[in-house]
Design a protein around this ligand. Structure first.
Ligand code: ARG
Length: 589
């Protein structure tokens, strides 16, 4: 009754490469899907591997179709039977004891989980290790993350903010799944622009101004340089000479550069502190100055360097890419060459298992070229380099542009967000003790959450009022739900007991969402997508608020301790999800 050998082979082949699925699902205890897969595998036999079954099992949108469903269409060709018939035959062979029931609906086999034992497993698991729920060993080893990486003497842009918060969330996700993230701020701290800046500073600058408001004044000098150079072309000549001095290590010029860098960095660090984000390394572009020759030498030796219009390039036509620029006609090395040196350095230094670059989508080709050149150099670890691109932030539907005056200043955004949060908290909770601290966590958290709830690659519009709202799909809504769960627990002397049976069907959507968390973390890792967690937090918060609107939690009956355990679990998981995103979770607000 089975298909031909050839059919079977190609059928099995279509599921290859799923070791990751298999590994993933065995590594956290709380996978109910696994029960379903095991039961199916026993019934089907060797025609389908567990990995293949994993891929086929669906999660129906409608509860009436069960918690998991197995479509049999794909088996028709192999078994030479109508899908409906296969469903009926298979269902007859399935051991239904671990489930509430197993039903056939058309070509589907629908599995209904045993709700009481599901509740018990989920609640006891969360209660046992509240700080580690969702943690799972999906891998190990060092993962450098190139993130934030603003340019010295320029304001940090919304794009750099995105890179910072996405990178930070990925680092937390990696930590939860067994890896060791290394957060690297690849500062833009080298380039010909420093020649211009130093010339401008010497002509029109003031030490006091730079100390007081470094980036503001450094930008002014730079802008003025460009304006004056329009009528005085000799300024450009001067700037080139000064940059040459900088590259040659002239102490006085170097001193100025180093001071600009320090002052700018101080300002960036203020923002990082607001966000609660720290870095493991601030090795920026300048760090690679003495590591560039090794790169160009290696390229030369391998015969990869080609002359093109006076510059030196690596031809990448066989990758369907534009050539990578390695050295300009004046001998100056480029952004690409520094990234080559940095990639090699990180590999030598960290022996990474993956190396991530959280950088805007507009640099997609740059990273494709980077990987291609490394491949050409014979480094097979180039395959472990992943560009994690993200979309643009717009304001009022328009692209942000410093030149056109459509700019969003990050520090101002964060400050305004905190003020707005403070206002709303004062209305809801006028006598809150640490209102200042909470307003900070809510305001800043709102901006971060808003960024992360959007899929990485989507462009999105920034509207502060919307970001800081307590209702709708916002960070404050999730934080507020968590605070509400906490306050319920404080209103009673009764203790939560996870082992008490919870049979109330109204609790089911909440329990199901709670049980989902480990899978959500795994998916966020697999897709390098923090929005998976943000969307999940919104879903759990919504489910809980719906439950709370319909059910009296604090009624003294037999299930009260179990209800309290669920309320506590909601707070545990919301808190962990927020923390993983890099957002605070105040106990009260
Ligand atoms: N400083 C660059 C910019 O603002 C981003 C650097 C990204 N990292 C890298 N290794 N290229 O565009």
């Amino acid at each position: 009754k089975s298909g031909t050998a050839g059919e079977l082979v190609s059928f099995k082949k279509s599921f290859e490469g799923d070791e990751f699925f298999l590994a993933e699902r065995n590594r956290h205890k709380m996978d109910f899907k696994q029960e379903v897969i095991k039961a199916l595998h026993l019934a089907i036999g060797d025609t389908l591997t567990e990995a293949a079954i994993t891929k086929l099992v669906e999660t129906p949108k409608d509860d009436k179709m069960g918690d998991y469903a197995f479509p049999t269409f794909a088996l028709a060709k192999v078994f030479h039977q109508a899908p409906q018939q296969i469903a009926t035959t298979l269902a007859g062979k399935i051991d239904a004891t671990p489930f509430e029931k197993v039903e056939v609906k058309g070509a589907y086999i629908n599995f209904f989980l045993d709700k009481v034992s599901f509740a018990n497993t989920v609640l006891t698991t969360i209660a046992k290790e509240p700080l580690h729920y969702g943690d799972q060993q999906l891998g190990s080893g060092n993962v450098p993350i190139d993130m934030s990486s603003p340019n010295i003497a320029k304001p940090m842009s919304m794009g750099h903010l995105r890179s910072t918060v996405i990178g930070n969330a990925l680092a937390n996700i990696l930590t939860k799944t067994g890896y060791t993230p290394i957060k690297i701020n690849h500062l833009g701290d080298w380039g010909t622009q420093f020649g211009k800046l130093i010339v401008a500073y010497r002509k029109w600058g003031s030490e006091e101004d730079v100390k007081r408001d470094p980036i503001h004044y450094l930008v002014q000098y730079y802008v003025r340089f460009h304006k004056e150079a329009e009528t005085q072309p000799e300024l450009d000549e001067e700037a080139r000479a000064v940059f040459k001095q900088l590259e040659d290590g002239d102490p006085e010029v170097h001193q100025l550069w180093s001071w600009f860098r320090e002052e700018s960095l101080k300002e960036f660090k203020r923002i990082y502190k607001e966000l609660g984000i720290e870095f493991d390394s601030y090795k920026g572009e300048a760090f690679y100055n003495d590591k560039m020759d090794a790169v160009t030498d290696a390229l030369e030796q391998k015969g990869l360097l080609k002359e093109s219009q006076g510059a030196e390039i690596v031809d990448l036509s066989k990758y369907d890419l534009n050539p990578a620029l390695i050295r300009k006609s004046d001998g100056a090395t480029l952004y690409m060459t520094r990234d080559l040196a940095a990639a090699i350095y990180r590999h030598d230094q960290y022996h990474f298992v993956q190396s991530l670059y959280v950088v805007g989508n507009e640099q997609r080709e740059h990273f494709q070229q980077l990987k291609a050149v490394l491949k050409e150099m014979g480094y097979d670890w180039a395959d472990d380099i992943h560009h994690i691109p993200f979309g643009l932030i717009t304001a009022n539907g328009k692209k942000l542009s410093t030149r056109k005056g459509n700019i969003i200043l990050l520090e101002k955004v964060l400050k305004d967000a905190v003020v707005l949060a403070k206002k709303q908290i004062a209305e809801k909770h006028p006598d809150l003790e640490n209102a200042e601290q909470v307003a900070h966590e809510v305001g800043v958290g709102a901006v971060v959450f808003h960024d992360l709830k959007n899929e990485r690659l989507d462009n999105f519009d920034f509207n502060l009022e919307e970001v800081v709202r307590f209702e709708g799909e916002t960070g404050p809504y999730v934080q507020y739900t968590n605070a509400r769960a906490n306050s319920i627990l404080k209103k009673t002397d009764q203790k939560p007991v996870a082992e008490v049976a919870l049979t109330d069907p109204a609790a089911w959507p909440v329990l199901k969402a709670l049980g989902d968390y480990p899978n959500v973390i795994a998916r966020a890792l697999r897709e390098y997508e923090p929005s998976v967690i943000a969307k999940y937090a919104l879903r759990l918060a919504k489910a809980f608020n719906q439950y709370y609107a319909n059910v009296k939690v604090l009624v003294d009956d037999a299930e009260l301790p179990a209800r309290l355990a669920m309320v506590k679990a909601v707070s545990t998981v919301l808190t962990d999800a927020l923390h993983t995103l890099g957002v605070g979770a105040p106990a009260e607000m």
